[in-house]
Each structure stands twice: as structure tokens, then as C-alpha cells.
Design a protein around this ligand. Structure first.
Ligand SMILES: [Zn+2]
Length: 546
């Protein structure tokens, strides 16, 4: 019996592994769903006040959470991941009891919560936070040293969640309208966080407190601390919304390289304002901050660790040469200011909204400075990185993103949609309009898909289904017999009807509207069908109709 049971268990585990299924846990649901204990209150403001102690890699501090009661309820969920610990919670000075369930804390409120009223909580916490092993992919704290042996410390926590280092409502659907971040560090270190620096306080114990204020909604993984012996300099950009303040922070040992490399910031901002509209956080300024890991789209303080080289750590992801014309981290992570920080996914399953558009921003940057063909070369060059292993959309309500194809395949889906729309000014209008319509909002994939379809005046739902929810690449099959070209879609979702552009015999670009049924047109010659390379599809010539 026991042997059989073990055998069955091993078999089940193998089955699960082979199907690449992951059994979601209770922790995943608490983290990834809008629980009853989250839904009843609307986040308005955080004050994160934290002391960072590089000498023993610990934190201690507090978070004040201000919220509005939407529907009265007496239990409130706050997340803080193991091994961090909440020591005390108070409301109006009264100490409250709470219960820990893994990485979630359920706080019992004593004061009667009334609809529309604004309330606040103070949460005191401490601990030695998870150390990032492969930042920014796994996330947590990076505790490094500069050349002089001084601490060089930074956080990154996309996916993993901000609750890895501070207590918060760790679900992306709800953002505070503003946030204050006070960070105390030993001298001579500085802390660079988000928004604007309001003050630096000298403390009696040899530390200083850097007080930052973010005037706009901010997603929780965007909040960051960057601690080091930085050298700073500033500049301004005359942008679409007026004067944008720019600040740059690098370690002294890299100052010369940084001053040269960071000059890519202004051309980058100009290109992205052209395509996407005004930089979304003028009030909070734009900062570029050196960190001891590759980089991350931290809102209004984009972090940089690309070695002061063009490309992605010196490599061109597209293998076309265009990717070496600019610094991948400056371009990509800043592109996220529009897609990730301005327009933010509600559920991590829809992470393509961040990565597909930002991957496409690399193409648009290339196009802005090197022409349309160069931009196309770049995005098409990235196709060889597509795996088609699993769908781009992940699993809802468990904080699970889909395939890494959300980058290159997502970028190519957008490039394909641009070919369908076949009007570059309209396409740019859609990108700019999207950043205006969903300004400082959290959204679902459906909102983005519907917006593009409505603005384009074309129902693109099957195109989104094909590229976001299926792993098959559409195959345009055709054959030519007796001066008749027959064509259809194969390997597609039901009802797939994407139009394509092809070069007609007179050299003009024309549109074909294939469906899954054979259709035909008259041709003079039986030469191969020349389809616009901008469409991410396969084209297959058949000997005859099958
Ligand atoms: Zn990204």
C-alpha cells in the first residue's frame, strides 16, 4: 500500500512536471487575488519610514496607511513576506490585534469602519529582508559595496512584490494617490527614492534621513531605495508639458562614464514624448540612478546597471546592429514610465501591457532616430528570441505572469497590428491616446484590447486571442493553379480573419482578407506570394489545395 502510494505520488509529480503545471498555493491566492479583506478599502496614501542598516542587513520602521472605507468591514489585510515581521499595529493610538497567515496579516479593527470615511493605520515592522540572488529577476535587497568598500544597496521587487521589504497592500489593482518615503542611512551614504527630495535631516546618531515625496499614484514595485555614496548632477528638458527636471546619480568611480552615457536620456525622452505623449510624472521629475544590478523601471527613479555600454550588457538582442546604437537599460526601463508606471496592469497575468509595449518602444526609439526600416529591422530581428512555449497571458488571481514571449512576441504582435491599421499617424494617435485615456490608472487586458480595436475601427479580438492566448503562429497557406491564387489561414484560433498586405504583380501593396476558408483571386503569373515582413506569420506555398 505504502509502496503503491509512493509510486502514485512520484507518477503524479512527473505528470505535473511534464505538463509544466504549477499547483497554486493558499499563499498565491492571498497574494494574487482581491480578497474580501482588501476589496472594502481604497488606498490613498502611504508614508514609508524606514531605517536601513547595511552593517547587519536589517530594516526597521513603520508604514502609515491612509485609506477610504468603501464598504464597512472590520478585518484588513496587509502583506509582509517572511522573514520580515510586523511588531505592532495601531489605529488612532490604539494597539490592534492581528493574525499572520503566511505572508499576509489580518488586522482586527476595533473602531467602527464607516463608508466614505477616511482612516489610517500605523504598522511597525522589522527584520532582515530576503536577499536578491539574481536581481532584478528574483528581487529583494542587494547589499553590495563600491570600490572604496562603502555600502551600495538597492531594492528590486517586480513580481515578488513590495511586501518583500515593507508592509503594504501588495496587489497591483490599488495604488496610493501619493506617497512619502523617509529613509534613514548612515553617513556619508545617500538614499535616492522616488519623487522629489524634500529634506535631509541630520540625526544625532551619525545617520541622515532622506525625505522623498511622490505626488502621483505609484505602483508598489515601483517604490525603491538606492543607497550609496552617490555623485549627483541635474539638467532640464524642454518637453511637451513644460520644463522637466532631470537628475542623475552615479558612483564617483563611474562619474566620467555616467556623464557620457546618461546623455542618452534627453533624446530618449524626446522620442517617447513624440510616440506616447508627455512624460507622465513631470511633478515628480525624472531620475536615472546607478544600482548594483541590471536595472528596473522604478517610477521617476529609473535604475541603471548596464555597465555604461550600449546594447543589453553590450549585446544587440536583435542581431541587426541597431541594438548597439543605444543603451538598452536607459531606453527600455524609461519606456516603462508610460507602460508600467502610467498604465499599470491590475493583475500580473496581464504583464504584457508593460513588456510588449516597452519592447515595442525600443523599435519606436530606433525608428525615431534611424528611420522606419531600421525600427522594423529591430523588432523583426528580435523574433528569433520568441519561444512560443506557453501563452503570453498568465494565470489570474494568483500573481502569475505568462510566457517571457510577452517581450519579443508581444512587440511583434504590436508591429503586426500596426501593419493591419496601415496608417502610422493613426497608430501614433492610438499610443498617445492610450496614455491619456488610462493616465495614472491600473487596467485589464480587455480595456487595452478594446481601446485599440475601437480606435482602429477594426475588431482585433481574434488577433489578440491568437497572439496572447494561444501559442500557434498563423500560417497563411496558398497555392496557384491556372492563374488563380487561393489562400486561407491555418493553425489559428476559430474565426481568425486577420487581413495582410502583399505586393501585387504591379508592385503595389494590396490587402488580402483571408479567413480559415479558401478564397481566391486572379493572378497573371504563378510567382510566390510576397507578404509584408511586418506581419509575424508563416507563409506556406502548397502544391495544391489540401
Ligand atoms: Zn521591461
Amino acid at each position: 500500500m505504502k509502496v503503491l502510494y509512493t509510486f502514485a505520488l512520484v507518477f503524479l509529480l512527473q505528470l505535473a512536471a511534464s505538463a509544466q503545471t504549477y499547483i497554486f498555493t493558499h499563499d498565491d491566492t492571498l497574494r494574487g487575488s482581491i480578497t474580501k479583506e482588501r476589496a472594502w478599502w481604497d488606498l490613498q496614501f502611504y508614508h514609508l519610514n524606514v531605517r536601513v542598516q547595511p552593517q547587519d542587513s536589517t530594516l526597521n520602521g513603520s508604514v502609515t496607511v491612509r485609506y477610504k472605507v468603501l464598504q464597512p468591514y472590520q478585518t484588513l489585510q496587509i502583506d509582509l513576506q517572511r522573514p520580515m515581521n510586523i511588531s505592532r499595529v495601531t489605529q488612532d493610538g490604539q494597539t490592534l490585534s492581528f493574525r499572520r497567515d503566511g505572508n499576509a496579516f489580518f488586522i482586527d479593527l476595533v473602531k467602527k469602519q464607516e463608508a466614505q470615511k477616511q482612516e489610517s493605520l500605523v504598522i511597525e515592522y522589522n527584520g532582515r529582508p530576503h536577499v536578491a540572488k539574481r536581481a532584478p529577476w528574483d528581487g529583494g535587497f542587494s547589499w553590495k559595496k563600491d570600490k572604496d568598500g562603502l555600502p551600495f544597496v538597492a531594492t528590486s521587487c517586480q513580481g515578488l512584490g513590495a511586501s518583500v521589504w515593507w508592509p503594504c497592500k501588495d496587489h497591483m489593482y490599488d495604488e496610493p494617490d501619493s506617497m512619502r518615503i523617509s529613509v534613514t542611512v548612515p553617513k556619508p551614504l545617500m538614499d535616492i527614492s522616488n519623487g522629489r527630495l524634500r529634506s535631509i535631516t541630520e540625526n544625532l546618531d551619525g545617520t541622515r534621513t532622506f525625505d522623498w515625496y511622490v505626488q502621483n499614484p505609484i505602483n508598489n514595485y515601483g517604490v525603491n531605495v538606492n543607497i550609496g555614496n552617490y555623485v549627483a548632477w541635474t539638467d532640464t528638458l524642454n518637453g511637451e508639458k513644460g520644463t522637466l527636471d532631470l537628475s542623475f546619480y552615479a558612483l564617483a568611480e563611474n562619474l566620467d562614464k555616467a556623464k557620457t552615457q546618461f546623455q542618452q536620456t534627453k533624446p530618449m525622452l524626446r522620442a517617447f514624448e513624440h510616440w506616447f505623449g508627455p512624460y507622465p510624472f513631470y511633478e515628480d521629475s525624472y531620475k536615472l540612478v546607478e544600482v548594483p544590478y541590471l536595472g528596473m523601471e522604478h517610477q521617476s527613479s529609473v535604475t541603471y546597471g548596464n555597465g555604461y555600454k550600449n546594447g543589453y550588457l553590450g549585446r544587440d538582442l536583435s542581431a541587426t546592429g541597431w541594438g548597439l546604437k543605444w543603451d538598452f537599460i536607459i531606453i527600455h526601463e524609461s519606456g516603462h514610465e508610460w507602460y508600467a508606471n502610467n498604465i499599470t496592469y491590475k493583475d500580473q497575468a496581464d504583464m504584457w501591457i508593460h513588456e510588449s509595449f516597452t519592447n515595442y518602444s525600443e523599435n519606436l526609439y530606433t525608428e525615431y532616430y534611424y528611420g522606419k526600416e531600421a525600427g522594423s529591422d529591430y523588432v523583426i530581428g528580435c523574433r528569433k528570441l520568441i519561444r512560443n512555449d506557453k501563452p503570453i497571458i498568465g494565470t489570474y488571481n494568483v500573481n502569475r505572469s505568462g510566457s517571457g514571449d510577452m517581450y519579443y512576441k508581444g512587440g511583434n504582435m504590436l508591429h503586426t497590428i500596426r501593419q493591419i491599421i496601415n496608417n502610422d499617424e493613426k497608430w501614433r494617435g492610438i499610443l498617445r491616446g492610450m496614455n491619456k485615456t488610462f493616465y495614472h490608472q491600473t487596467v485589464t487586458t480587455q480595456q487595452i484590447e478594446d481601446y485599440i480595436s475601437n480606435e482602429a475601427g477594426i475588431n482585433l479580438s481574434k488577433v489578440f486571442d491568437q497572439y496572447l492566448r494561444d501559442i500557434r503562429i498563423p500560417v497563411l497557406e496558398y497555392h496557384i493553379e491556372k492563374k488563380k491564387l487561393s489562400y486561407r489561414w491555418n493553425n489559428v484560433v476559430e474565426g481568425f480573419d486577420m487581413p495582410i498586405k502583399y505586393k501585387a504583380e504591379n508592385g503595389e501593396w494590396k490587402t488580402l482578407k483571408p479567413t480559415t476558408q479558401w478564397k481566391s483571386i486572379k493572378v497573371k503569373k504563378s510567382s510566390a506570394l510576397d507578404v509584408d515582413r511586418g506581419f509575424y506569420i508563416e507563409v506556406k506555398k502548397l502544391a495544391s489545395a489540401s
